[in-house]
Design a protein around this ligand. Structure first.
Ligand code: NAD
Length: 330
């Protein structure tokens, strides 16, 4: 058995090596994604593992994989929209994902940003960078006095709720699916509006789909308290960022932390030093000292990367040995 992994980053290599040694399976890693140019590299391998932004839309790629005897495509990500599932099915390629590599990784980022916002830390840091060490007007709030509202209490939202609860916050949530195991941690509200109206910190954890695109829009901002903060570590288009900028400018809310933005492929994980920012909204948000932006690093911890590698390679092994995997997406 020999596995080829595409788009492998340096930080994944130790996890890959450890898995290779534990399982006695030969693995080749390459930095490039799977495309029509690289697909011939798969010849001679029994399994493949991918993680890439480039969509695999060309039927020729699926046809050649099948021709090389490949039976599966293991993704090291939760999302699987880069794959054309009907084409994968047509060529008998089973597709697997990693549904939960580390909810704690994203949840801890959210807690960190919430604490930074309520301590006015971005404003304090901004002033100090200019040599102003005064703290008048910077009086902060303690998390144990606040209500945190979770929109979407799934794997990450539920974990985030547990962390905030452990810090003494009151936690409320809206999710159409009520989970008994979260009832000791949070109180379910009947709808999104009541979460927005009651919360001092609103954290978004819904998936991006047609019904959640721009879920947090100008109407939602009018429902939030003027001293409340918004955190989005889910997907950029869930928040209408033009409306967010207006809400921040008109003091409808106190600030925001964003780990994800619409069109982020154009700038996140890209070195733009000494270059103009390619997005008007990003430019406006970067100038606001009550907004903290991180370049989609919620998932990026040693534990999460290790889990992405272990789980995806485990799925390759499972499909090759038994024909099935619990992580199949079709
Ligand atoms: P999940 O499927 O476990 O949970 C999502 C929850 O949202 C579900 O319980 C669902 O019932 C609920 N939901 C759906 N529509 C809703 C609505 N309109 N209102 C309220 N609740 C709604 O997903 P997850 O693994 O917890 O991921 C949550 C989000 O985090 C996703 O958007 C995902 O893409 C994102 N994510 C971000 C990072 C990062 O690095 N920042 C990493 C992984 C995942």
């Amino acid at each position: 058995m020999k596995i080829i992994m595409f788009s492998v980053r340096e930080d994944e290599k130790p996890a890959v090596k450890a898995w290779e040694e534990r399982n006695g399976v030969e693995i080749t890693t390459i930095a490039e994604p799977l495309t029509t140019e690289t697909v011939n590299l798969v010849k001679g391998y029994t399994g493949i593992c991918l993680q890439q932004r480039v969509d695999i839309v060309d039927e020729e790629i699926y046809r050649r994989l099948s021709g090389f005897g490949i039976k599966q495509i293991a993704l090291r990500t939760a999302g699987y929209d880069i794959i054309d599932l009907p084409l994968a099915k047509k060529y008998d390629l089973k597709v697997t994902n990693v549904p939960a590599y580390s909810p704690t990784s994203v949840a801890e980022l959210v807690v960190m940003q919430a604490l930074r916002l309520i301590r006015n830390n971005p404003i304090v840091e901004d002033q100090m960078a200019q040599g102003d060490f005064r703290w008048g007007g910077m009086i902060a709030k303690e998390i144990n006095t606040l209500t945190v509202g979770i929109i979407g209490a799934g794997k990450i939202g539920g974990t985030t709720a547990r962390l905030f609860k452990a810090l003494g916050a009151s936690v409320i949530a809206y999710d159409p699916i009520v989970k008994d195991e979260l009832k000791d941690v949070l109180t379910y509200e009947p709808n999104q509006q009541s979460v927005l109206e009651k919360s001092d910190i609103v954290s978004i954890h819904v998936p991006l789909n047609e019904s959640t695109n721009q879920l947090i829009n100008s109407e939602a901002f009018t429902q939030m308290k003027p001293d409340a903060y918004l955190i989005n570590a889910a997907r950029g288009p869930i928040v209408d960022n033009s409306a967010l900028i207006v809400a921040l400018e008109q003091n409808e809310i106190a600030g925001a932390a964003l780990d994800t933005l619409p069109n982020e492929q154009a700038f996140f994980n890209v070195d733009l030093r000494n270059q103009p920012l390619p997005d008007e909204n990003l430019n406006a948000l970067m100038k606001m000292n009550n907004v903290v932006i991180t370049p989609h690093i919620g998932f990026y911890t040693t534990v999460a990367v290790q889990n992405m590698v272990d789980s995806s390679l485990g799925s390759v092994l499972s499909i090759l040995k038994t024909g099935v995997s619990v992580n199949e997406v079709q």
